[in-house]
Design a protein around this ligand. Sequence first.
Ligand code: FAD
Length: 429
Amino acid sequence: MTETITISNEPYWWVAAPPSREPAPPLPAKSDVLIIGAGYAGLSAAIVLARAGRSVTVVDKLAPGEGASTRNGGITSGNLRLSHTAMAKRFGADRADAIVGEAKLAREDLYDFIADEGIDCDFRLVGRFAGALSGKQYDAMAREVDHLRDKLGIEAYSVPRSEQTRHVGSDFYQGGNVRMDVGGLHPGKLHSALLRLARSSGALVFGNTCVLGVVRVGQGYDVKTEAGTIRAREVISATNGYTDGSDAWLQRRIVPVRSRIIVTEPLAPSVMNRILPTGMMISDKRKLTYYYRPTPDGTRLLFGGRDGTFAGDPTWPTTHLQAEMINIFPELAGTRLDHSWFGYVAMNRDMMPRVFARGGVHYATGCCGSGVVWLRWAGIKVARKILKLEQTSALDFDPPKSIPFFRGKAWFMPAVFAAMKLQDGLTKR
Ligand SMILES: Cc1cc2nc3c(=O)[nH]c(=O)nc-3n(C[C@H](O)[C@H](O)[C@H](O)COP(=O)(O)OP(=O)(O)OC[C@H]3O[C@@H](n4cnc5c(N)ncnc54)[C@H](O)[C@@H]3O)c2cc1C
């Protein structure tokens, strides 16, 4: 009899840390602060505000954490889509320095928080290897290393092609670089800890409670939800890639892009040691970036990238990712996959994560694919602004610009995906 193998389309992380689905008690009639979205951003804001004595209510239309915050790769990259040079051109050199400086602070703040709160989320500061696709990319990445080391004091070094198998068992790259300030964690366990801390600090967190709209009333807001209306003095929107029509204004500015991850069956220790000898996080410099890492127990490969669809076909994106994985590690050709799932990341026109306010509502949004560090930080920044503990952040930007002919469904993604793939294919090796 042949064994039927089915790939789970639930995140691997939910095995050890399933989203909490307990029934919600009735909503309070009022709250000092109402937060929409119970991911890293919403819960981090809730912890700061509740610990400062504010009454805080967090509502999520899904189970808390069922959005991107329990679906991601767990790489603490604090990555920015734009290079320092590109940011300097667009926002000025000082602002670019401030943004990368804040990325460093945000990363360190996460690591301190995990240690100080005793959070068990399998965090290891193992470093990240980024692979170059061409000699030209390798040279540019070497300049990046100089900047990281000399300007920011981050331990970083170039790895020539002849030495890359020390970090990744593949000859796919033309060398790369390593930065030691990036690590890996279990995103589901991190989210569970944030939820626990938010609740133990006094915040009320409700799942299955969709916000339908927010209306300004005097000095505050009426937040209409499926379970009733809450009067709040302040509102934080932390919906990121899961933004819906209840905020049609934001929806025209944030493109939800599907991002997918596959996880292999357990691999032999000898294979894991060969493909990922140091257990580092790995990414590359393609426009369609792929990233991978060992699962925290070191037994499986977790491999992620953009999904390339905006709806429908669940099999093609999985097969596509698997083919990319085999392209890098041909020895994984016969390997079974146990999980394949997707989530939404939030892209915007200038590809910057940000905090801003509009009509008095505070927004923390625009992760652009990298939010374990950034969106937690953005949530904290918004909370500290409400508490008037600080006024400014390098993430203070105007609201993102709207996108022509776009109302929330990223119909153009397959074409963008194909164009990026073509550009990557043309990168001179
Ligand atoms: C597959 C994948 C891999 C990723 N890998 C990495 C990685 O390795 N490293 C990294 O740094 N980042 C990664 N990210 C990005 C990271 O997960 C996100 O940036 C981060 O989780 C965003 O947190 P958040 O709190 O802003 O949003 P989310 O966690 O997405 O939470 C938003 C919440 O808002 C809720 N919501 C939306 N509308 C409403 C409404 N009307 N009413 C009530 N609730 C509402 C949603 O239900 C959702 O739960 C990845 C993302 C994905 C999808």
